[in-house]
Design a protein around this ligand. Sequence first.
Ligand code: BGC
Length: 246
Amino acid sequence: MHMLGVDIGGSGIKGCLVDTKTGELIGERHRIATPQPATPAAIAHTLKALVEHFDWKGPVGCGFPATIHNGIAKSAANIDKSWIETDAEHLFADVTGKPCYVLNDADAAGLAEMRFGAGKDRKGVIILITVGTGIGTAVFVNGHLLPNTELGHLMLEGMVAEHYCSDAVRKREDLSWGRWGKRFNKYLARLEFLFSPDLFILGGGSASKLEKFVDRIETRAPLIPAASLNQAGIIGAALYAAEQQG
Ligand code: BGC
């Protein structure tokens, strides 16, 4: 089955058609800059433009950077605060005219990696971490997702973890990969203490840079890059839509 998967982020809204049987992208990915301010109406209209770009007539899966409960956004750490309590699924469906299925962006990336990528056929406790503007997490136990874990908001060194070691912080503070890696190692150590995972999977932009800081990582559980790197969110969103369709 083909499905349109969309990854809604703070700087870009990216979509592609996905073969949900194989997890492969079909054709070219398309990216539109996230409108600013990124209000619900502005994002919904950008999503509509993306759907029209693909001339897509079917359902749409969307990864979204917030806690999503039954299609409703419940948090807004790095997006416009007006998202809180917005029914994203209904809004997107109204504006695009297509059924839309919305889930947390890190959960979407996790679904893709567990089905086709770095977590395929792996049992035990697996934590996928996406590092970008914020830090998102997806926790799996024997392949089952515990949704909306929000472990990027743990307190670390007296601050919210994503304010200490996100990719945005690395850039803003001009940290070397080594110095940033030391911070990230502290974050992983905290997750390891709390959850005793068997594996960490790293997604987001930093996944392709792992060799630059892997020497700073001292956790017992291995840290490996997401197999589909930055595309996992798109693939997982498409998988989610396919599942919801039944
Ligand atoms: C949000 C999460 C999201 C993560 C990555 C965090 O700030 O709270 O919901 O998964 O950023 O986008």
